[in-house]
Design a protein around this ligand. Structure first.
Ligand SMILES: [Zn+2]
Length: 387
């Protein structure tokens, strides 16, 4: 048995903190069955992120569709800020309270991954970013990691099941194992070209035995124009001045007419590395930075009981609207009693926390992963990487 919960166990509310189970038991024993409104909000972001990307909404829908509750949520892929409610659930507390642990887990982790993918893509601009980090997480959640990496902005993912969930073809190069087993880089690259179907890009890994420059020229000589890229996975221990290594490889390839052969970087890359290398690199394989991204610390808080505003210390009571200017992206939170109006820039405000479920009925069709990704990329033009 793997040490994971089954989908059935999650949907039955069995993945829950014991104190929610005990709360349920006490409320039932005392005959307290009140209607509440609860909101999901992050009060801070990891690593001083100025914003995050909401993800995990589709999985929440899988839980919420069977519950007699009303739900408002930001569209999956929305870029949001701290202290903005991203989801609001209304219904009997006894009907959904025990799902707090699972719902939070779904959006906290997925949003962290989607945000890191978006940050890497923002840093890379038009250059490609591929998720290679499935190996850093438990295999049962690898498809989830890849799907959220893709919707956050990654151009490709390496695991077939993850790619299927994202609705794309998987991407990959070649492992050091192939080169070690075949004896040298040129032999392995030629064998790849002979055996693998023509539609797959030929990307040769050039740091196994020799200097990157020598290996790059060897494989370029062997495959010529068929070679799409060379991949530098240079270990950190050997890296030295990585920008200089890339400049040298680029120079030698260009000098011999291989201007079209791209440079793909991998190995412990994050958004700061991408910013540093982006003048020279053409594509990136990102691993741990995305797959083991910090989680977004959402909490669920009761904000209304039986129609009366109430909240714990430090939290604002009552149902809220999140209004975003269509022109300048300025976003504000107000009471649900206030209506959208004009932003100070003159643009029209629109509500971004919108109806999602009413007693098990979905209010709009769930978007395809490619649509969510496109939505993220549009918004990325309007935000900066740092505060
Ligand atoms: Zn505005």
């Amino acid at each position: 048995m793997f040490h994971t919960a089954t989908h059935k166990e999650v949907k039955e509310g069995l993945v829950t903190d014991i104190y929610f189970e005990r709360t349920k038991k006490i409320l039932e024993a005392k005959g307290i069955d009140l209607s509440v409104r609860a909101e999901f909000m992050a009060h801070g972001f990891p690593s001083n992120w100025p914003w995050a990307v909401l993800a995990g909404v589709e999985e929440c829908a899988e839980v919420l569709k069977d519950l007699p509750v009303d739900v408002r949520v930001m569209r999956e892929g929305t870029i949001f800020g701290i202290k903005q409610p991203v989801m609001e659930i209304s219904g009997k507390y006894l009907d959904f309270g025990q799902y707090e642990t699972a719902l939070l887990g779904m959006i906290c982790q997925a949003s962290g991954i989607a945000t890191m993918a978006a940050r890497c893509k923002k840093a890379a601009g038009k250059k490609e970013v591929i998720s290679f980090g499935a190996r850093r997480v438990h295999p049962t959640i690898a498809p989830l990691i890849e799907r959220n990496a893709y919707i956050g902005g990654c151009d490709g993912v390496s695991v077939g099941l993850g790619a299927k969930l994202a609705g794309i073809e998987p991407s990959g190069t070649m492992p050091h194992a192939l080169i070690l087993l075949m004896g040298d880089t040129v032999t392995a690259t030629k064998a790849f070209d002979e055996v693998i179907e023509p539609g797959v890009r030929r990307v040769s890994l050039i740091d196994t035995f020799n200097d990157e420059k020598i290996e790059a020229l060897n494989v370029a000589g062997a495959l010529g124009k068929k070679l799409y890229a060379v991949r530098l996975d240079t270990p950190r221990s050997r890296r030295g001045d990585f920008v200089e290594i890339m400049r040298e490889v680029r120079w030698e390839l260009d000098l011999r007419g291989y201007r079209d052969i791209k440079l793909l970087l991998s190995g412990g890359i994050d958004e700061r590395d991408i910013e540093r290398y982006n003048v020279l690199a053409d594509a990136y394989g990102v691993g741990t930075a995305v797959s083991a991204a910090p989680v977004v610390d959402f909490s669920m808080d009761i904000i209304e009981i039986d129609g009366h505003p109430i909240a714990k210390r430090g939290k604002r009571s009552g149902s809220k609207r999140v209004l975003r200017c269509k022109d300048c992206f300025n976003t504000r939170v107000c009471s649900v009693k206030e209506k959208p109006s004009r932003c100070s820039c003159g643009g029209a405000e629109e509500e971004i926390l919108v109806d999602f479920f009413s007693k098990g009925n979905l209010k709009y069709p769930l978007p395809e992963p490619s649509e969510i990704r496109e939505f993220v990329l549009q918004q990325l033009n309007k935000v900066e990487l740092y505060c």
